[in-house]
Design a protein around this ligand. Structure first.
Ligand SMILES: [Fe+2]
Length: 189
């Protein structure tokens, strides 16, 4: 279950219906998916995609997505810090950012054009769709781990275009939920 924090209002949402409704008001789709059959979080990508085939096909037909893959990021992933540096500054894409989390955690900050910045901590079972053009940035949590299904309309569109607003610097990349990181009890990137 995601956790949603509206930082400037010091307000946290934990109820699924409240989260879905609030994010919808910001243009963000949020869903919970359950697999059609049991599948290990470290199963091969094909098995993961097969377990969620129904949901993936539904999204493809609604959103015009043509491909789905599985991204696997671990603390030991080569070049991880360089990769993260690209996405921790406020940016947008000419492509929807669609992620279904299999393992690990991530922290999206969404900056609606007419509303306060909202932080969304996603974990296993969470689907988030950030429409093209939405200002946002992304951090990992303390576990520095995320395995996720991604859907694409056109992979070429998924390049970060920076706002250079500096707004991201005003918000700490703090995850609020429990994270299984023995050496860092409070989730922090
Ligand atoms: Fe992005």
């Amino acid at each position: 279950m995601a956790l949603v924090h509206i930082i400037d209002q010091n307000r946290t949402l934990t109820d699924a219906h409240e989260i879905t409704a609030y994010l919808a008001s910001c243009g963000i789709d949020y869903e919970r998916w359950t697999p059609s059959h049991e599948v290990a979080v470290d199963a091969p990508a094909e098995e993961i995609l097969s377990a969620y085939a129904k949901e993936i096909e539904q999204l493809k037909s609604h959103g015009g997505y043509v491909t789905a893959d599985v991204i696997d990021v671990k603390p030991e992933t080569p070049g991880l810090d360089d990769m993260l540096a690209k996405f921790k500054r406020e940016h947008w894409h000419d492509e929807d950012e669609v992620r279904f989390i299999i393992a690990g955690h991530g922290l999206f900050h969404i900056h609606p054009k007419d509303g306060p910045v909202v932080a969304i901590e996603v974990g296993p079972g969470d689907l988030i769709r950030v429409p093209r053009g939405t200002w946002h940035w992304f951090n990992l949590c303390a576990d520095r781990r995320i395995r996720a299904i991604r859907l694409f309309q056109d992979m070429a569109g998924w390049t970060p275009l920076y706002t250079e607003s500096g707004v991201d610097a005003s918000y700490q990349p703090l995850c609020f939920g429990p994270v299984t990181s023995p050496e860092v009890p409070i989730a922090r990137l």
